[in-house]
Design a protein around this ligand. Structure first.
Ligand code: ZN
Length: 510
């Protein structure tokens, strides 16, 4: 097989695995949106089967052989033939994934998948019954699988880093617990101090938010909103699910979901803005990488930087609502009759610590994440026994947010992640805030008029900047390299904290 044939063959493996992954994603999307309750058992088997197929296809000896033929990691050279930068990155990403996947025995992968299914079902029950003890055996199993996985990859033996570093690396390549702690320590102190100052100030009246908001009108408004944000409805759609999410079923088929509550206008609306941010990233990959393994976000945190940028920096911006509020009021003439754009702006920026992460405001949100990071770190270092999680959760919650949840359902059992074995995922949410504000600082410096343009509902300049500086790379660059290329900086808490400080000083008269 010559060089070009080997490269084409590797692309074929990538395509076939992608088709299988997207097939699994369709099944998963359907499960979250339309599947009747009795269909869940068959669906779990279908999903496990497709995932087994993709794993087997990917780790076949052929993949390893092709990667070897196509050259060594750093040089992209084989004899006198060399890869273009694009193909070099393609091989780099394929090789990295192959090296990880091939280290996991097939039996381990299927046992973990089955246990995750059971654990998730047990978690749903346990949360409903506020029964942590019933979930504990599953949690222990999930921790055990996660530890083993990290060890298969070579973490936890003193060479690559600790087991928890191996789990963080899944979502944020190269990130370690030590690096995150160095950012999260001062971030926590800064946020707690800001929260205390805000708490000492009078709160705005936001009672109008809990009036009755017709769901059909919410759906209509959200469609207009998505369109304004640049979501291309010929390449995606919006549906309803219990937990909002974004999924790519193909290069030109990006699905987002939200949920609706008649007495909570903001929940559905901000979920649509958040998920649209993820979708714009997925829709914005350039032609040359679409349909390949390079057409993915640089990392979970970089993906989150996009969704949280649209949700918070844009969606909780006064100028954004100057442009959109009249239209919102047209959709809800009753409940918003006597509400001004200033009232609305203050209401969407209400800072009030609460138990639930997904409902948290912009200032307290990252503290929810730092709390979970601290617990995960202690769990994997052996410092914290899983049975002690609920009380340690309450202790940290008191320390960070001044609140103590009365039930585990609104404490340690609130999130799905641990029940799926997704340890190491949480930090991405807070890291995403940091990336997002560093990108925004650079964007504002490059395009001083971009923020004003928001007030006219014009996001064109912002879209172009994001396409040209971030989307174009897909996952060709690791997050630190992407950040360096775009901003010339290392990851930092300063832009995020200064942004909050300035904005909330204005809002609360600090
Ligand atoms: Zn998100």
């Amino acid at each position: 097989m010559n060089f070009d044939e080997a490269l084409e063959k590797l692309h074929e493996i990538d395509r076939e695995c992608r088709y299988l992954d997207q097939t699994a994603a369709v099944l998963q999307w359907d499960q979250e949106t339309y599947l009747p309750p009795q269909g869940v058992a068959d669906r779990a088997e279908q999903l496990a089967f497709v995932r087994k197929l993709v794993h087997e296809r990917f780790i076949a000896p052929e993949t390893g052989r092709l990667l070897k033929e196509l050259g060594s990691d750093s040089q992209n050279l084989r004899g006198d033939e060399s890869l273009s930068p694009l193909e070099g990155d393609f091989c780099k990403v394929m090789r990295r994934r192959y090296d990880k996947a091939v280290k996991l025995p097939a039996d381990f992968v299927s046992a973990a998948a089955r246990a995750e299914g059971l654990s998730q079902a047990a978690w749903v029950q346990a949360r409903r019954n506020n029964d942590f003890a019933a979930f504990l055996p599953h949690l222990n199993a999930m921790i055990d699988f996660a530890r083993k996985k990290a060890r298969y990859w070579g973490f936890g033996n003193g060479l690559l880093g600790d087991e928890y570093d191996g789990l963080l690396d899944i979502y944020e390549p190269g990130m370690t617990a030590r690096n995150i702690s160095a950012l999260f320590g001062p971030l926590r102190d800064g946020l707690i101090s800001l929260l205390k100052r805000i708490a000492a100030r009078p709160q705005p009246d936001v009672s109008f938010l809990n009036r009755e908001y017709d769901v059909a009108a919410q759906i209509r408004f959200n469609r207009v909103l998505m369109d304004r944000l640049g979501f291309d409805s010929s390449r995606g759609r919006l549906d309803v699910s219990a937990h909002p999410f974004t999924t790519s079923l193909g290069s030109d088929d990006i699905r987002i979901t939200t949920r609706y509550y008649p007495a909570n206008l903001l929940s559905g609306l901000f979920s649509v803005i958040h998920e649209s941010g993820h979708a714009l990233y997925e829709m914005g990959f350039p032609r040359e990488i679409r349909g390949t393994c390079l057409a993915e976000g640089a990392s979970m945190a970089v993906h989150e930087s996009q969704s949280r940028f649209w949700e918070n920096v844009a969606g909780r911006n006064r100028l954004f609502w100057d442009g959109l509020f009249p239209l919102l009021r047209d959709h809800f003439p009753g409940p918003l009759a006597s509400v001004s754009v200033e009232d609305f702006y203050r209401a969407v920026n209400l800072v009030k610590p609460s138990y639930i992460r997904v409902e948290a405001d912009e200032v307290s949100y990252s503290l929810h994440v730092i709390l979970r990071f601290e617990l995960e770190k202690q769990l994997f270092s052996g410092e914290l026994e899983p049975e002690k999680l609920p009380e340690t959760w309450r202790k940290l919650m008191k320390e960070f947010l001044g609140l103590e949840p009365e039930t585990d359902a609104e404490g340690v059992l609130q999130d799905v992640h641990w029940s799926m074995g997704s340890f190491g995922y949480f930090p991405s949410y807070a890291l995403g805030n940091l990336y997002g504000l560093q990108f925004w600082a650079k964007l504002s410096a490059d395009l001083p008029q971009a923020e004003q343009a928001m007030g006219r509902g014009d996001f064109e300049e912002i879209h172009r900047w994001l396409r040209e500086t971030i989307y174009r790379w897909g996952c060709r660059l690791d997050p630190p390299d992407l950040l360096q290329k775009v901003t010339g900086e290392k990851l930092s808490i300063t832009p995020f904290l200064s942004y909050l400080e300035k904005k909330y000083t204005g809002l609360y008269g600090l």
